[in-house]
Design a protein around this ligand. Sequence first.
Ligand code: GLN
Length: 411
Amino acid sequence: MDARTPAGSAFRSEDVARPPLSRFLQRCHAEIAGDRTGAVADYIPELAKANPDHFGISVATTDGYIYEVGDSAVPFTIQSISKAFVFSLALETIGAEKVESLIGVEPSGEAFNSIRLRTDNRPFNPMVNAGAIACSGLVHDVEGSGAFDRILETLGRFAGRTLSVDEAVFASERATGDRNRAIAYLLRNYAVVKGDVDSVLDVYFRQCSVLVTARDIAVMAATLANRGRNPLSGEQVISPYAVARTLSVMTSAGMYDYAGEWIYRVGLPAKSGVGGGIVAALPSQLGLGTYAPLLDSHGNSVRGLKVCVALSSHFDLHLFNRSGDVRNGIAAEYNIGGVSSRRNRQPHEQTILDEHHQYCHVYELTGALTFGVIEYLSRRLVQQRPHSQFVILDLHRVPTITKAAGQVSVS
Ligand code: GLN
């Protein structure tokens, strides 16, 4: 796509063929591309080689459509974005109870590489280095020398393609990772990490060095948004339980010491990495991936952050600004006396219908049956019970029924 279309430019005829989101992303890219503030991460020397001009945006919808603008196919290392996905793997394979007994879910309010632990000597959460190293340690406990392969395979299933490692970044991070080494030894001192520290750190450094593109991480986020089912491959990568917990810690701690500000302003679960990537997910709707290696003082991509702010505010995507009226779930409501039927009936059947039609109520339902819709419907049914002995629920236009809605109907 042409990234140089000026912002707010006149509506051109060729634009008609493009979906509106495509036009928005292109304008957004053009507007933000000129921002050269921030600096590439250089504490891992190999990352300092990143091209500061690179800027890619991708959105993947939960029905599997991909939007891409700019450098969306340029590979970069996933870095801390891996933490969210490895946490979901740990929940899935090791079990929530064990994982939660060793790693907290409280925002730390501190930088990603903080060496401070909670007063009970557990890491604050899996989105900061201490928690992520503990997570890699848990996978290592179970998988041994196969731990990294398991992680790489899982990240690939989230992305919908086979991923690989940037060996130069891995070597660079391992050679200079003394701070992470200190964190890992501290964790081992408190028996949060049980395995050999160097082996666990190799898993962690390698998972951070996995190469992805903005498009890959958009698909990974869309898989989270789609309750763990990759919208491109159709594969159920992770359970909805693990997805909900992963999105929760992304919401409270995914952007480190900017997490509170982030959820307040942008309102999307997200995770950033010092490689320059940011992923964000809007449950049941979309995954967003951005790549721009110039970072702010928190370690978050400056331009990526701006894209998220622009997208969220323009389309009103804030998670806590949802609309929906449960009353719209009932499209029509009538007793069967009010409808004409082309069916031929026996005279005695017709007599019964003529005499008792007011006792048989029809509810035409529409859209997903959520907790709210079923609660509203069941309340109306109870209130109308004296008048209608029989109820017909027309589910022709109901695509899904949530588990919560099922609970209301049987309680
Ligand atoms: N590999 C990096 C580190 O451990 C990840 C940090 C990040 O992306 N915020 O320092």
